[in-house]
Design a protein around this ligand. Structure first.
Ligand SMILES: [Zn+2]
Length: 419
């Protein structure tokens, strides 16, 4: 007898995302059902074949009401934890102010660094919780969260502890990343090498010792950090058993994709300016790419990352909201999904696959992002007629029921549905 404590029934379609990436990746089941026990998926298939003897009496029966069901979104790149607000800078920037004049006004990333340093760990958690809840309401059941606004050993540790505390408060999975090389703080200007030394020799070992992150990350860009500085970080990360993620080729082509391939990074993120050689290097090395189209829009960059060319070259793709106070102040994962199509050139099923199975793969999570036996029961019921519809009907929430670890963690009963 199949025993379940939660079953999802009456779905028009269940996207299992068990195919390989590409148009066939969703591997959908018409009129599918999912059975869950102790937070894990124990059965998925056509509802008509739901084992007759499934013990449903005590099971929570979740009615999809003819909607579609898929794995919860894996938001593979965010900066959810920060203090402060840069709305004025946004307004000035939209009205044509130059980056230099914004910096002179006290804007830019260092404004967030000042506010984050002034905030306590508890305050950072309090500020991040509603952002995470907005993501959950969109159907996100796994989120990667980076540090990078502390930029001193002590403040980076405070941020990472806040991410850990946030994870304890949330019903979804949180993957923490330490981002010591995000921007050079004022004290680093007099002694750049000394500051980097402290990040690598004091912060990274402390992060590893306290188990505060699985990955480290660096922003490789003109005016940020050089490929050689990222190489130094990679060497230290390897020493401490931490994986490497990189922000590369966002504003200018720094050979960041090639660097990510050389260093065996787990992911290379952004890539608006990646070259053809860079795409080849990623494909050959198996480095995954996280597309972050919301920030491409937000910063009015001249071009989106070439998602189409990357996919055609066989590069594994993930998707992130990149929620952050400077270049993507939005938890609207549905917007990112649409922009992955409109900007990056993916089809709607490819975008959904990148946003689920692709994200799980890019974060090294072997039991997330798909609907299959043994996987974590992270599921979303969308009040939408098809998976194409989610990207097509842009920036509108379609998630009616969000299930994480086999529990209903969000329900939008008053959602004006699209069925
Ligand atoms: Zn980022």
């Amino acid at each position: 007898m199949l025993e379940a404590d939660l079953i999802v029934v009456n779905a028009s379609e269940v996207a299992t995302c068990t195919g390989s990436a590409g148009p066939e990746g969703l591997a959908p089941i018409r009129n599918g059902a999912v059975a869950v026990r102790d937070g894990r998926i124990v059965w998925v298939g056509p509802e008509a074949q739901l084992p007759f003897k499934v013990r449903t009496l005590e099971a929570t029966r979740v009615d999809a009401r003819g909607g579609i069901v898929g794995p919860g979104f894996v938001d593979a790149h965010t900066h959810l934890v920060f203090a402060g607000d840069r709305a004025r800078e946004f307004s000035l920037r939209c009205a044509g102010a130059s980056y230099a004049s914004l910096l002179a006004e006290g804007g830019g990333i260092l404004a967030t660094v000042r506010a984050t340093r002034a905030a306590s760990e508890e305050e950072l958690v309090r500020l991040a919780l509603p952002r995470a809840r907005r993501l959950i309401a969109q159907g996100v059941t796994t989120v990667e969260v980076k540090s990078g606004y502390g930029l001193s050993v002590e403040d980076e540790l405070k941020m990472l502890r806040a991410i850990r505390a946030l994870a304890e408060e949330l019903p979804i999975s949180v993957v923490p990343t330490a981002l010591p090389l995000h921007a050079l703080p004022p004290e680093g200007r007099e002694d750049r090498d000394g500051w980097i030394d402290r990040m690598l020799e004091e912060l990274v070992p402390a992060v590893a010792e306290e188990g505060l992150a699985q990955f480290v990350d660096a922003f490789v860009e003109e005016g940020a950090f050089s490929p050689d500085e990222a190489r130094r970080l990679a060497a230290v990360a390897a020493e401490y058993g931490l994986g490497l993620r990189l922000h590369v080729d966002q504003l200018t082509d720094q050979g960041g994709a090639e660097l990510a391939a050389e260093l065996g990074a787990v992911t290379a993120d952004h890539l608006e300016e990646v070259s053809e050689e860079g795409i080849r290097a990623l494909a050959e090395s198996g480095v995954a790419v996280t597309l972050l189209p919301t920030s491409t829009l937000y910063l009015k960059c001249p071009r989106y990352a070439p998602g189409r060319a990357l996919a055609d070259a066989g590069v594994k793709l993930a998707l992130g909201s990149n929620c952050n106070p400077g270049s993507a102040m939005s938890e609207n994962f549905a917007l990112a999904l649409s922009l992955a199509c409109l900007g990056n050139g993916l089809s709607a099923p490819e975008a959904y696959y990148a946003a689920t199975a692709g994200g799980a793969d890019a974060l090294g999570l072997e039991d997330r992002g798909r609907i299959a036996e043994g996987y974590a029961a992270d599921l979303v019921i969308f009040d939408a007629p098809s998976f194409e519809h989610l990207a097509y009907h842009m920036a509108v929430p379609h998630a009616r029921v969000v299930i994480a670890g086999g529990r209903v963690v969000h329900e939008a009963e008053d959602l004006p549905g699209c069925l």
